[in-house]
Design a protein around this ligand. Structure first.
Ligand SMILES: Cc1cc2nc3c(=O)[nH]c(=O)nc-3n(C[C@H](O)[C@H](O)[C@H](O)COP(=O)(O)OP(=O)(O)OC[C@H]3O[C@@H](n4cnc5c(N)ncnc54)[C@H](O)[C@@H]3O)c2cc1C
Length: 348
């Protein structure tokens, strides 16, 4: 597969990238590591007129303490992030999530910014141009920077649906939302900071609230006393998540004083599960079971990723239980095969 021709701009600073993005208009596309964008261009899901590489933007490669948080530049590579000692025990969920994205080769190139802005995915969308043409395309085919093909108008997962149900399959977003991260977007006009959860829309086609002239510059990540990330995928070596469970809790003794639980890959956006029922009490078996039931009701897997959707919903319950039991300090040996599989997924 060959890429169509485009103009190339290697941005040298954040300001330069923002200027180029503003000048480039709607057919300008940002390139982080390119691990998702480049194949998508070859498949004609994007036909950019201008590609703006962020690789040489030194400001985006920084990782440093910022007050009580860690400020991580959008250009930081996932492999380096997962191995960075400045991610302490308070950032376990992020270290785990970054460490299980794709394969080591991809993590050495892929950036945190690209992971957080990752396009939504669907069995009817992540296909070659020929495949998509054969089914008369789908509703999402024209998504992205430019039309690659005429809009088909049908969501093949739910043909009667007026909306696109492509799935958010980024690993790092649920983990960072569970940690309470905020994100700063920069444009030629200025900058704005928002909770990371607010970057996402429940819409497979327009999955980010980022304006086309904005780029993601950095993420501020507070530490949590205890956090974890559990990922379900077919092959432990490099598959996208078909379920991600990120959880973070603060405990006073054994009483939960704060909690965030976020589900990935079960909707077009990371799903934040309300945690009121966990607060002010110990993480007992009954509280965990009732909470897992609620989380499972909110998970809406559809038949557009790997595995059978009813089974994925059942695994949601098991993963939420397992993640919370891990956070309350249960002996990993007692958590059974699911927990052992999670441990095996994390690179040493
Ligand atoms: C075989 C394979 C397996 C994969 N498995 C996983 C997986 O398990 N989990 C997972 O999460 N992902 C997976 N991916 C997807 C992808 O590799 C990762 O999400 C990666 O982190 C994307 O980062 P990148 O820097 O390469 O992004 P790019 O491909 O450069 O960009 C991705 C998107 O983000 C935008 N973008 C990039 N940087 C910025 C910025 N600073 N501001 C605004 N927008 C920006 C781009 O324009 C594009 O829309 C996989 C990919 C492949 C090919």
């Amino acid at each position: 597969m060959r890429a169509p021709s485009f103009r190339w701009h290697a941005a040298t600073s954040l300001a330069d990238a923002a200027r180029a993005l503003a000048a480039g208009g709607p057919r300008a596309l940002l390139l982080g590591g390119g691990t998702d964008v480049v194949p998508a261009i070859k498949r004609r899901q994007y036909v950019p007129e201008l590609l703006i590489s962020l690789r040489q933007v030194a400001e985006l490669g920084r990782l440093e303490p910022h007050g009580a948080s860690l400020r991580i530049g959008a250009g930081v590579r996932l492999g380096a992030l997962a191995a960075d000692d400045r991610l302490g025990v308070g950032h376990t969920a992020l270290r785990r999530a970054a460490g299980v994205v794709a394969s080591p080769h991809i993590r050495n190139v892929a950036t945190l910014g690209g992971n957080l802005c990752l396009d939504t995915r669907c069995n009817y969308y992540n296909q070659s141009l020929e495949w998509r043409r054969a089914v008369d395309y789908c509703m999402k085919a024209p998504a992205g920077v430019a039309l690659a093909a005429p809009a088909g108008g049908t969501c093949w997962v739910a043909p009667g649906s007026p909306r696109c149900w492509a799935v958010s399959q980024t690993d790092c977003a649920p983990a960072l939302i569970a940690l309470g991260a905020s994100v700063t977007l920069v444009s030629a006009e200025g900058q704005r900071t928002l909770p990371l959860a607010d970057l996402y829309r429940d819409d497979g086609m327009t999955w980010l609230t980022r304006r086309p002239d904005e780029l993601l510059a950095w993420v501020d990540v507070p530490a949590a006393a205890r956090s974890t990330y559990w990922k379900l995928r077919r092959r432990g070596s490099f598959d996208f998540p078909v379920l991600g469970v990120a959880a973070a809790v603060e405990l006073a003794g054994d009483v939960v004083t704060a909690a965030r639980v976020v589900l990935g890959a079960v909707a077009s956006h990371p799903v934040v599960v309300p945690t009121e029922s966990l607060l002010g009490r110990p993480l007992g078996d009954d509280a965990i079971a009732a909470f897992a039931e609620l989380a499972t009701r909110l998970a809406k897997p559809l038949d557009n990723t790997d595995y059978q959707l009813g089974w994925r919903k059942r695994v949601t319950r098991a993963y939420v239980v397992g993640a919370l039991r891990e956070l309350r300090g249960d002996d990993p040996a007692l958590l059974g095969v699911l927990a052992r599989r999670q441990a095996a997924l994390i690179p040493a």
